[in-house]
Every structure is written in C-alpha cells, then in structure tokens.
Design a binder for this molecule. Structure first.
Ligand SMILES: *Cc1c(COP(=O)(O)O)cnc(C)c1O
Length: 825
C-alpha cells in the first residue's frame, strides 16, 4: 500500500485539499492518466469523483449520527427514480459550484461541455420517478433521516430516435462505463427466495407453521447513490439493488454435470434487474415485472429489519416507531405481505400482533385513477412465483371481509366490490385494495385527485376508513428546476435583493411581485428568457437541423405521450393555424414555435402514430416558404431530465391540456411556471392549485370541467357532432388523414381519426377543440403586449412557493410519517 493510501485510510477526510487537486489526484490514481491523455469524459469523471469524496465525508457523519441516535427513518419504496444528471446538482448542493467552475477553467476546460458528457440516470418513466427524485432532494435538504430503495436497472428508459418521423427505441446503456456516483456494498447483499411450494408443518407446540420450501434464490447487491442536501451536512442515500445469482444456484445441475444449464440458470437470476419496463401508467402483468417488484421489496425489507435489529434487537413493538415506509404507487405493495411473512413465519409473532405493527408502518400514494393503470396480478401467477404470499393475501382478505360484513351485513355486492381478490374466470389480486387495507394512510397527489380518490375510486373504502384518505399535492425541487437549470435568472434575483436562501425557502420569491410592473425588471426578466430561448434554439438546430426564431413564442408540450395528455389536440391546433395561414398569408398571428418532447411506450401504437404525425406535419410546415416562418414545429428526440432542464427555462407557454380528471397532478406544469412560462391548461390535477396561487388573470384556462366530462360520459358523448358542426376541426382531421403529410403511407394516421371518431374519443379532444383554439387566440393577444406578458410571467415565478417539494415533504413528515428532522453538524 502506498504512503498516500495509508494516509487516506487513517484520515477522516479526503487526503487532498481543493477540488482541483482532487481532480488531478483521481486522474492519476483512479484512471492512471496524464492530463494530456484525458478526454472530456475523463475530466467529468475525475471532477465527479472529487465531488463525491466531499459528499462521502458528510455521508459517513450523517449515517453515524442517525445510527447513534437510533433515529426514526423514512423508507421510500419506489420502482423508479428519474435522477437525471448528478454533477451539476451535487456541486450546487454541497456549495462548490464556483470552486468547480474555477477548477475546470484553470485546467483549460469548458464547464458546459464537461457537464454535457454525463449520461442521465434514467431509471424511471416520467412523473412518478421524477417525483421520487425530487423527494430525495427535499428529504436530505430538510435533514430528514431517509433512505430511498429501488432497482439498479442495467438498462434504464430506452433512448428515443426518429427515423422518417417514427420512434425507434435503443437500449439505454447508462452503466456501460460505470458511474462515479455509486458505492457498491457487497457486504449488505441480501438473498431473495422465489417459486417453490408451501409445506404444511407444525412446531413443537403443535401450532401450524407452514414452510416455504424448494425455492430458487438470487442475491440482491446494494448500489448506494449518495443524496446530498442543499446547504446542509445531511447526506442520505438511495440504495438500488442489482440481482446476482447465488453461488449455490442449482448446484445439483452443476454437480450432475449439466454445467451449461447451471450457468444458464445463473444468467436468468441476473436478468431480474436488467431492464426497466417502459410502460407509463399501463400494466401488462408480466412475470418478470412481478419478480422485479418482489426482488427489490424483499431486499429492502430485509435491509430495514437488519438495521432495526442492530439497534433494537427483537423488540418488534418498537418497529413502527423506527420505520415509516412509503409506497410510491402500488408497485411495492407486496411489501405489506412480505413483512407479515417475516413477522409471522420467521419471527413467530401472532397474526393480530403482526398485523397491528404492519398497519402502523405503511402508507400508500396513489398516482392515477386510469383503470388501465391499476395493478392486478393473476392468482395463478402469484401462486407460482410467491405461493406463501398468496396464502397470506387470502388470509388478509378473509379478515378484511369479516370487517366489511360487520359494516354492511349481507351485502355480497359490496364484498365483491371491495375484495382484494377479483373473482371471475381469471381470479386476480387487486394491488390497490391490498395497499389501502394494509396502510394507515392513503394519499392522492393533488387536491382534485385526492377528492376523486374518495368519491370515485375508493368510495366504500372511504366510508369504512374515513380518516385514512388525505392529500399531499406534489412538488418539485427548486434546486434542480431553478437554481441548476436557470443560473441566469437566479443571478437576477441576487441583483434585485432576493435573499440568497431562496432555494430553501421559495416564499422569498414573493418579493418579485412588487417588481412585476417595474419596466426595468420586466425587461431584465424577459432578457433572461430570450437568452435561454437562444440557447434552446441552438440545441434545436444541433438536434433537428431546424432553424427557429428566438423572438417567436415558444409553445412547449413536454411529457410522456398519452392519449389523455392530448398531444393530438395540440396537433389539431397546429393544423388549423397552418390551414389559416395558407389561405391568408397576410394573417397577423404571433409567430410560434411548437416544441414537443415525449417518449411513447414501445407497445403503445396510437401514441407512436401521434409522434409520427407530429413529425410529418412538422416536416411539411417547416419547409413551406409560403407561411414566412410564422409557424415552426419541433419534436426534440429523447426527452429526459437533462433535456427538460434546457427546454423549461426557454418556454413561454406551458401546455397542460389533459382531459379534466385524468392527470393526477402533473409536475412539469410546476417546473415551467416556476421558470416564468404561462400555463394554457384545463382544470385538471395541480393546474387547479396553480391557478389558485398565480391568480386566474395570470393563467389561460379552457375546456370541460370534470363535472362536464362526467355528464358527457353519462348522457352519451358523440364526437361526430363536433366534427360535423366545426368546419375547421373537420378540415384538420380530414387533411391529416388525406395522405398529404405522408404521401408514401397515405393511411399512416388513420388510427388518430379512428380514435377521435369511430372509437368514441375517450378523452374528449373533439369537445375541447374549439375552446382550446379560442384560448390560444387570447394567448396571442396577450403576447402582443410584452409588458403584460412579462408581468404575468414574473408573477408566475413569484407565486410558486407552494409547489416546492420541500413543502410537500414537510406535509408528509408531519401528517403521515410523524418524522422528526435530525441535523448533523
Ligand atoms: C417532470 C418530468 C416529467 C413529468 O411531466 P408531466 O408534464 O408532469 O407529465 C416527465 N419526464 C421528465 C423527464 C420530467 O422531468
């Protein structure tokens, strides 16, 4: 061992001083390179490792403190974490942004170029995974002892490319060159059992204790990603499990000489954490997905109990005092059953005792009311993969049905409605019912959504457990979504005397209200917007080869592609404007650039057709000289967190146009408004609360209300009626499907027409088309008045405090987790 390594081991901090020395240290001793050999990626890696060294020092102190104080911890269980890039966020959070910039500069390197080397950590689909990432940031920033648990997918969300306008998926090989942000902790590996059968068995007192035998097993290996809070010493971590075959995996096969079969089985064990399912808000009941869910839940619970027993021995009654577990959607719900299995089968607690503990530990967040998203697992599949858990689910349900019978005697209809088991030719387990029954608290993610949970999705459960349901409106971290992505705007805050702690106290931005009418501030604010639009215009040119005018209105719709989010409604708007322009080239409209970013689930045919259609229309519009550049359409490929960070500061208008009642909250709406984009949207999800905060004169609201949507559903909705009565609408649809935009594939977009007409337009795009067009006219009118627009934009930024995820986490901590903060100093 070298002298310097010994010193490093003996010391409590990294053995060099200054980030620059750290970078050079890692260049030599980790990468074994001389500076003249180093690529940009090498420099990024070395800077990241030097920053991580700082973080690790605080992480060790934080974990020591949490362990010594035997603190209550929050455990966040989520199948997805959409972390994005880590370097910029971490340098800001640990307060070395300026030092890092200086270090790179003195090495002759460009800050932006080095940061752009980092591959996003894209271990999630969209909003749900990004929410988990924002929550981790807020938990650490507010000194809450918390650990996130999830899966270390070898392939995150696919990379998207367009070929002839169509989405092509490529594997996301984010881990190919390793990540500097992880610490692999093989010493905390956890074995996980699957398959096998349940054997009747009795203990020495004659009590029935079934045994789960003949199982297969895999190992979970923890990869810890440190999560540094902003302007605090607290460093929590995200523990992601990768699967490895156990050494004794099918040793029989091995010994019987079937070496290749044994190695093949070993490979199967390693597929569990291989790939993230790319479905957003749809379930497809695949066996591997269930195996993934149980894999990360079993590893995490074993880890939680190991930590508990280290400090508390087998004093199980203390478990609910030391551990609060939040289930991010139903994906980790099997945790409720797994904890019952451990307490009853392994720890030999009586059922009622165990159930009493379990139901004080778990809380469940519902993310959607869409029926296609509500998870169900077939009884047959559960019986195969987790036979003992299936037995326990039946027992939980039996006792639950007794409760229902007591509340509503002789009402078999209510029992069928509420049962955890859905009867029928293919019996299945309703995971949401299991989550509600096994949790002490159930929350929705915006006021409106939480109301609908009680009135529409779980009315009986609400009657049975009136105090179980609550709301926690989502939020976003102002560190990533303002400080990191818009330093130009935050520099302006400093110039105008906004207190420098605004990233931890977003209420500080309310001071901007008094500047909203100040022409000098308005100009400065809009100058930053213009600067960010110029930067985005360069990204658009580099990515798509399209030239856009940075003085045009940037109209942005960035989110997963879904019918309910209605990107196709925006497309109808584009077609209508294009049509008007062609028929009246002198038409005086505000020049607009429509900017889309969206991935479609690979198996979601209509979503892919909508992408193709937008790209096809874009290609025609962007190359039509007759419209004098008044209209451009850009679909940026591969929408992800790092791209969002470039688009959001440059947006003028934020499209949040889901069918009322379908978007649970949305968080993209919050990111955009915080950066001074005005929202055009429906009264859906958190848009309702954004309107309350910014004031109705500072947002563009249109469309059907939930009540109107429900009335149409009840009384028979007829999309043909709108088609027949609205000439512009009819023209837009007919033109799109005429083959004009896809001469080589004249029927390429027929599915869109079918969805809107023949299949009944489930999401009411036809009904909302005209009011949407009219609302866009108002947007045009306001944009022509730069001072009025600036005032509205400033007031949006000024009034977003409610949507800091710090506020959300404080509410969870107080009202769900009963979680005290623990400062580490
Ligand atoms: C915020 C975010 C989302 C969620 O956007 P919504 O408009 O709320 O659906 C999805 N993907 C990425 C990359 C995000 O950053």
């Amino acid at each position: 061992m070298t002298q310097s390594n010994q010193e490093l081991l003996a010391s409590d901090t990294a053995s060099y001083h200054g980030l620059k020395e750290g970078i050079l240290y890692h260049l030599r001793y980790t990468l074994a390179l001389r500076p003249e050999q180093a690529t940009k990626r090498d420099w990024w890696l070395c800077l990241s490792m030097a920053v991580k060294d700082r973080i690790v020092d605080d992480m060790v102190d934080t974990q020591d403190r949490h362990n010594q104080d035997n603190v209550r911890r929050l455990y966040y269980l989520s199948m997805e974490y959409l972390m994005g890039r880590m370097l910029v966020n971490n340098v800001h959070n640990v307060g070395v942004f300026n030092e890092a910039q200086r270090a790179l500069e003195s090495l002759g390197l460009e800050w932006d170029e080095i940061c752009d080397v980092e591959v996003d950590m894209g271990l999630g689909n969209g909003g749900l995974g990004r929410l988990a990432a924002c929550f981790l940031d807020s938990l650490a920033t507010m000194d809450f002892p918390a650990i996130g648990y999830g899966i270390y997918y070898e392939f995150g969300l696919f990379k998207q490319e367009f070929q002839y306008g169509k989405q092509i998926e490529h594997p996301d090989t984010w881990i190919n060159y390793g990540t500097p942000w992880e610490i692999v902790r093989s010493e905390y590996a956890q074995p996980v059992q699957y398959y096998g059968r349940v054997e009747d068995s009795y203990d020495s007192f004659g009590n029935y204790h079934p045994r789960w035998v003949d199982t297969k097993s895999v190992l979970g290996i923890p990869h810890d990603i440190p999560v540094a809070g902003y302007d605090t010493k607290t460093v929590n971590f995200l523990r992601l499990w990768s699967s490895r075959s156990t050494e004794d995996f099918d040793l029989d096969e091995f010994n019987n000489g079937d070496y290749v079969e044994a190695v093949r089985s070993k490979a199967i064990g390693e597929t569990i954490s291989k790939v993230l399912y790319p479905n957003d808000k749809t379930e497809n009941g695949k066996e591997l997905r269930l195996v993934q869910q149980y894999f990360f839940v079993a590893c995490s619970l074993a880890d939680i109990l190991r930590r508990f027993e280290r400090s508390n021995g087998s004093n199980w009654d203390a478990l609910p005092d030391k551990a609060a577990v939040q289930l991010n959607d139903t994906h980790p719900t099997i945790a409720i059953v797994e904890l019952m299995r451990i307490l009853v089968d392994d720890k030999r607690l009586h059922w009622d005792h165990a159930w009493g503990l379990v139901t004080r530990i778990f809380a469940y967040t519902n993310h959607t009311l869409l029926p296609e998203a509500l998870e169900k697992w077939s009884v047959a599949l559960l019986n195969k993969v987790l036979p003992r858990h299936l037995q326990l689910i039946f027992e939980i349900n039996h006792r639950f049905m007794v409760q229902v019978e007591a509340q509503w005697p002789d009402r078999d209809d209510i029992k069928a409605d509420m049962s955890i088991i859905e009867e029928g030719p293919h019996r299945s387990v309703r995971m949401a019912h299991l989550a509600v029954v096994g949790s002490h608290t159930v929350n929705g993610v915006a006021a409106l959504h939480s109301q609908l949970l009680k009135s529409d999705l779980f009315p009986r459960f609400h009657a049975l457990y009136p105090n179980k349901f609550t709301n926690k409106t989502n939020g976003i971290t102002p560190r990533r979504w303002l400080l990191n992505c818009n330093p130009e705007l935050t520099a302006l805050f400093e110039q105008y005397g906004i207190e420098s702690d605004w990233p931890k106290n977003l209420e500080r931005l309310r001071k901007l209200e008094s500047l909203a009418d100040d022409p000098v501030f308005q100009e400065a604010f809009m100058a930053v917007k213009h600067q960010k639009k110029q930067a985005l215009a360069r990204v658009i040119f580099d990515e798509c080869g399209i030239e856009v005018d940075s003085t045009a209105l940037f109209d942005v719709q960035i989110k997963r592609l879904h019918e309910y989010k209605r990107q196709h409604l925006t497309l109808l708007n584009i077609l209508t404007i294009y049509h008007r322009l062609l028929n009246n080239p002198d038409l005086d409209i505000v020049p607009r650039v429509f900017i889309f970013g969206a991935k479609a689930a690979p198996g979601y045919a209509l979503a892919k057709t909508i992408i193709h259609a937008i790209n096809a229309v874009a290609d025609v519009v962007n190359n039509d000289g007759r419209i004098q550049g008044k209209l451009k359409v850009v679909f940026l490929p591969n929408y992800r967190v790092s791209l969002a960070a470039k688009i959001i500061p440059a947006a003028d208008l934020s499209e949040q146009i889901s069918t009322a009642g379908k978007e649970a909250s949305g968080t993209g709406n919050m990111k955009l408004a915080l950066n001074g984009a005005l929202t055009i949207g429906t009264l859906d999800g958190a848009n309702v609360e954004i309107r309350e905060e910014v004031g109705e004169e500072n947002i563009f609201i249109f469309g059907l209300s939930i009540e109107e949507v429900q009335a149409l559903d009840r009384h028979g909705y007829n999309p043909h009626q709108y088609y027949q009565q609205d000439e512009e609408l009819r023209n837009a649809i007919d033109w799109l499907c005429s083959g004009y935009f896809s001469p080589n594939e004249p029927h390429a977009f027929d599915d869109i027409r079918a969805a809107l007409l023949e299949h009944g337009d489930q999401f009411k795009a036809m009904a909302d088309y005209r009011t949407y067009m009219e609302c866009q006219q108002k947007v045009d009118a306001v944009y022509r008045d730069p001072s009025r627009w600036a005032r509205m934009a400033i007031l949006n930024t000024a009034r977003m405090a409610k949507f800091s995820s710090d506020r959300t986490i404080q509410e969870y901590a107080r009202e769900i987790w009963n979680l005290p903060a623990c400062s580490v100093s």
